[in-house]
Write a protein that binds this ligand. Structure first.
Ligand code: SAH
Ligand code: MG
Length: 212
């Protein structure tokens, strides 16, 4: 591993967020091994942890990583919910705002030329997206509505031979919520994707057919 990559992986491991180290390294490996042209895109930036793992590979491959998030937090990040972090609330608005933390992480890693923040509602961005993606990572809202909307809005943009990564896939309901598992099954049932790897709750699929 060269020095630049080592530095980025350490930054990713130390960054704030929801990505165990083994799954983050798997993200990085998938992005490093992509065989088709096109940018990478993730849904669910939060404070930039997964963007550092994917961005390290994007930089090395000369690709752009678009990182989509409204930065207002998912349902489970709101006050009173399980995954709330009070210092992420903007006192001026009383709303969560992870964008400053994201920017700090990307700037600190000198990845501003590679990682492009797209700030907005995922479905609104997806609605006018046209560029085929070499890699798509879905880690946004985990409720049924947002997860299926992300599937419908973004998965059609995965290029032939491109990679679809889905986080928080829990086959056993005792381990976590259903929607990421449901969209993983949608991808497999569509016949357009073949599973290539599984690491923890991360699933890696490759587009081997048409449709969604
Ligand atoms: N990948 C991150 C974790 C993402 S947490 C990491 O590695 O740590 C999920 C993120 O999805 C939150 O930041 C939340 O704001 C965002 N999100 C949830 N629903 C969204 C939607 N409909 N549009 C845009 N972003 C959304
Ligand atoms: Mg996740």
């Amino acid at each position: 591993m060269d020095e630049r990559l080592r530095d980025l992986i350490i930054r990713a491991e130390e960054a704030r967020g929801f990505m165990p180290a083994d799954e983050g390294l798997a993200l990085h490996r998938h992005a490093s091994e992509v065989t088709v042209d096109g940018p990478f895109l993730e849904v669910g930036s939060y404070c930039g942890k997964s963007a550092l793992y994917l961005g390290a590979a994007a930089e090395a491959r000369g690709r752009i990583l678009y990182s989509v998030d409204h930065h207002r937090g998912s349902e489970e990040n709101q006050p009173g919910w399980e995954w709330h972090e009070p210092d992420l609330v903007d006192p001026a608005t009383g709303l969560m705002d992870t964008l400053p933390f994201f920017r700090q992480a990307i700037h600190g890693a000198s990845l501003e030329g590679t990682v492009v923040a797209v700030v907005g509602e995922s479905t609104a961005v997806a609605a006018s997206w046209v560029t085929p993606l070499a890699l798509l990572f879905i880690d946004g809202g985990h409720g049924s509505g947002p997860a299926h909307a992300d599937y419908e809005g973004w998965v059609p943009h995965v290029a032939p031979g491109g990679i679809l990564l889905i986080h928080d896939v829990f086959p056993d309901p005792a381990d976590g919520g259903r929607p990421p598992f449901e969209i993983y099954n949608r991808a497999l049932d569509s016949g357009a994707f073949t599973e290539v790897a599984a690491t923890g709750s991360l699933r890696g699929l490759q587009r081997t057919g048409r449709g969604t």
